[in-house]
Design a protein. Sequence first.
Length: 236
Amino acid sequence: MRIGFDLDGVLADLHGVFARKARALFPELESSALESQDAASSPPGEDDDAPSEDVPDPRPLPQLTAQQSRAVWKELCRTENFWESLDEIERGAIARLHAVAIERRWEIIFLTSRPHAPGHTVQRQSQRWLERHGFSLPSLFVVQQARGRIADSLQLDVVIDDRPEGCLDVVLESKARGILVWRGDMARVPGSAKRLGIGVVPTVAACLDVLVEADRSESSDGLVSRLKRLLGLQSR
């Protein structure tokens, strides 16, 4: 399998460091303003201000103003080699991904839209971070364009992301399956995700379980059908 993995909000804990910096800059903020994983689970994209009609996101929005959010990002991205400083969300997940990829002969491509931070290039900072957490020789692209076209051009089978709109773009613009890592209340997953064939898992560990089972299956069904069945997107 050829699998694309997003970094922030999937493997790297950007939310934690963002929330700590926001509290330091704006101590008057109520703690509830930063509890949502939407507060910097992934870096802001070019189209983040445009609402998605196909995948509405009912999660509570962080109560930071746009000006406050920009101020936090400015402070974070002036730190030398900032992208090497993040924690792993699920301890050991990256090392397990590396081990499984070698065992199953998967090709893993990491995708990220991280903004510039001083020091090494964003690509190199991200690669060094992955290596430190157990994934040697990572293939990583720093990209700004929509993930669907990237998945199509790289002929990916699966893309794992923490943003519903990212998964939506993948399923609409490529043949890859989108898997959404949703660590919040499952009752708040956009209802259209399942309708559009987007699989939803609560953790990277659960995602890897599904991918391994789909790859090991001796069923005559194709990979897409096996994944859909394991993710509850079609009857068994």
